[in-house]
Design a protein around this ligand. Structure first.
Ligand SMILES: [Zn+2]
Length: 271
């Protein structure tokens, strides 16, 4: 059974629960016989791990899943360690657990950064019947924040536009992406981002797929587009290098788990 998200648990059965415990943005992982695991309730009890905050996430294969926060990163047990979310992509944790960890991290981070009302400064409270925080003083509601972003595979004949972003620590090349601005729709965002980052125009913009991206709270909405006109002139504040690549001669590209890679794989399989 896949992960089933929910706001409230069906029963108060903590005993079999999986705990996605964070200290700041790092997740507590238990190494066990060559694999990585998410700690269970019995681990928390056994090792005296007591989170200051918890939220129910849903269930995985019938097991309740909780997001939780620890104030201290000292866990005095050899096979426990905190790992950053990006490190999880290269860990031995199952992919489904990585995505639940991403969901958990966003909710813990949202809770941590909305303890006080952004309008009047008074403390907020968790709502009882939905995932929201309310200010008892002025009534302002806060829902978990998502920042939509577009990511685009631009094709020109049998080539794809790939760029090395100044934010990339490694030398890989990827498709272009950018955050949606207030007042624009997703297609307008695609056209603007491509034009701002490399100076070309695009046409025939169509939806491809989407993916939650918890770094820290994006929803990546992927598109395909065709080259319309202009020469590539990278914006040096964002793009170190950009160019057109054939499927036979791709540079180093992002890992399989990313939607960027799914776009590039789609191109390679269709050109
Ligand atoms: Zn308020």
């Amino acid at each position: 059974m896949p992960f089933i998200p929910a706001f409230k648990p069906l029963s108060a059965d903590f005993s079999r629960a999986l705990w996605f415990v964070f200290h700041e943005d790092r997740l507590l992982i238990k190494a066990n016989e060559g694999t990585d695991l998410i700690p269970r309730s019995q681990d928390l009890t056994k090792y005296g791990i007591s989170p200051i905050y918890k939220q129910y996430l849903g269930s995985l294969d019938g097991l309740p899943c909780y997001a939780a926060e620890l104030t201290c990163n000292q866990i005095e047990v050899d096979n426990f360690a905190f790992k950053g979310l990006r490190e999880l992509f290269f860990s031995r944790l199952e992919e489904e657990l990585i995505w639940i960890a991403g969901r958990a991290n966003q909710l813990v981070d949202w809770s941590r950064s909305h303890r006080y009302c952004g309008r009047c400064g008074h403390p907020t409270k968790d709502e009882h019947d939905e995932r929201a925080k309310i200010c008892a003083h002025c009534g302002l509601y806060n829902y978990p924040r998502l920042s939509p972003a577009v990511i685009v595979a631009v094709c020109k004949d049998n080539r794809i536009l790939l760029a090395n972003n100044t934010r990339f620590k490694s030398g890989y090349y990827s498709v272009l992406a950018g955050f949606v601005e207030p007042g624009e729709n997703l297609e307008e965002c695609v056209a603007r981002e491509i034009n701002e980052e490399v100076g070309i125009t695009v046409k025939n913009i169509r939806y491809f797929a989407s993916q939650p991206w918890p770094f820290p709270n994006s929803l990546m909405v992927a598109f395909l587009a065709d080259y319309a006109g202009g020469e590539i002139i990278p914006d040096p504040s964002e793009i170190r290098d950009a160019g057109w690549f054939t499927a036979a001669k791709l540079p180093a590209i992002p890992p399989k788990i990313t939607i960027a890679r799914q776009l590039i794989d789609w191109f390679a399989n269709n050109h």
